[in-house]
Write a protein that binds this ligand. Structure first.
Ligand code: M6R
Length: 364
């Protein structure tokens, strides 16, 4: 049941500290506090290229993983949505790792892409929430999110647990390839181990985000901006909002604003900025200033330092915990979920069963 919550989506958002912790505990050795993946039928050290395929929110989890795998594990990554990948005759070198991300494990296009990769000499690994699913059965190995059943059509806890497992995979690949020092690996595992506690702190902003939703609910269009691994979080924030509130929303890489989207900015367009304290924060802040100069109303999600630096630009800001930038995407996913949720509730839409959408897309 929904417990104390009005909707499954709210329950699932608030379960995140728990299920992120469960997903992590399954992959972190309690005595060494190092990540250890289940045994794989191939050697991660031999993987020269990773191909990631998924749909919707699972695709955005894969996009974050691309940033992680390239910057931390130094392995080249290709990523595509399954409905494009399966028809574009992608070129795959033997022995690559093909990674399929799917909450349900039943998404038709992702499954077709999986079969293509299997026929083309890839090591096929699926990251699924349902271990009995078709994709799990047809893969050489599976990684599992321990999110528990996700009932809300809008994916929330599946996404953050996917990110958690993908962060673990990144550390395992980095170690196998000799791309990370033991000290840095220990730092990143420690940051991961602290995510459940930090996620709990993020959820404490629920009331304040509800207040921001009262303003956002009046908008016709909303933009979401982020750079680096925060760019997929901007895309995910926009998807969440459109799915359940039916407000038009778009996510953009913050640096792309001046290549077109900035023409949309006026004082009727809220601009949600995903701005963790990473090496890209300065650049994101300059994009915020350009937006404000054109009348845009900025809603900033950042840490204390970022919020301070945007205090004259942002109409609203939420101060998230200061964390290692590596784990920021997991934590910054939560406020965008809460914002979409509260906007939808205020608009009175059917939050758990939004119009035209199915939980599992098993037809093409
Ligand atoms: O079960 P899957 O992860 O393969 O589903 C993929 C998408 O259909 C799914 O993430 C969809 O985009 C959600 N409604 C997003 O909230």
């Amino acid at each position: 049941g929904k417990g104390e919550h009005r909707h499954y989506m709210a329950k699932e958002i608030f379960e995140q500290p728990q299920v992120i912790g469960d997903s992590l505990n399954a992959l972190v050795n309690p005595s060494t506090r190092a990540v250890s993946l289940p045994d794989l039928p191939f050697d991660l050290a031999t993987v020269r290229r990773v191909t990631i395929v998924a749909c919707g929110t699972s695709y955005y989890a894969g996009l974050v993983a691309k940033y992680w795998l390239e910057s931390v594990a130094r392995v080249p990554v290709d990523i595509d949505v399954a409905s494009e990948f399966r028809y574009r005759e992608p070129v795959l070198e033997d022995g690559g790792l093909a990674l399929f991300i799917s909450q349900s494990g039943e998404t038709a296009d992702t499954l077709a892409a999986l079969r293509y990769c299997k026929e083309h000499g890839q090591h096929v690994v699926s990251l699924v929430n349902v271990p009995e699913s078709t994709m799990a059965r047809e893969s050489h190995a599976i990684l599992q999110t321990l999110a528990g059943p996700e009932i809300g059509v809008a994916s929330t806890k599946a996404f953050t647990t996917q990110l958690t497992v993908l962060a673990c995979l990144t550390l395992a690949v980095a170690r196998a390839r000799g791309a990370i020092s033991a000290a840095r690996e220990a730092e990143l595992s420690q940051a991961l181990i602290e995510v459940p506690a930090r996620a709990g702190e993020v959820l404490n902003h629920d009331e304040r985000i509800r207040a921001i939703a009262e303003d956002v609910m009046l908008a016709r269009d909303v933009l979401y901006l982020g750079r680096g691994a925060s760019y997929p979080i901007a895309l995910e924030g926009a998807l969440k909002l459109k799915e359940i509130s039916y407000i038009h929303a778009e996510g953009y890489a913050a640096g792309e604003m001046k290549h077109g989207p900035i023409a949309l900015i006026d004082d009727s367009v809220p601009v949600v900025v995903i701005a963790p304290g990473d090496s890209l924060l300065d650049k994101t802040i300059s994009n915020v200033q350009e937006t404000v100069a054109r009348g845009g109303r900025v809603i900033a999600f950042s840490d204390a330092d970022g919020v301070e630096r945007m205090k004259d630009s942002a109409v609203y800001s939420i101060t998230l915990p200061a964390v290692d930038p590596f784990v920021a995407p997991i934590l910054y996913a939560i406020p965008v979920q809460l914002l979409a949720y509260h906007v939808a509730v205020l608009k009175g839409t059917d939050v758990d069963q939004p119009r035209n959408l199915a939980k599992s897309v098993t037809v093409e």
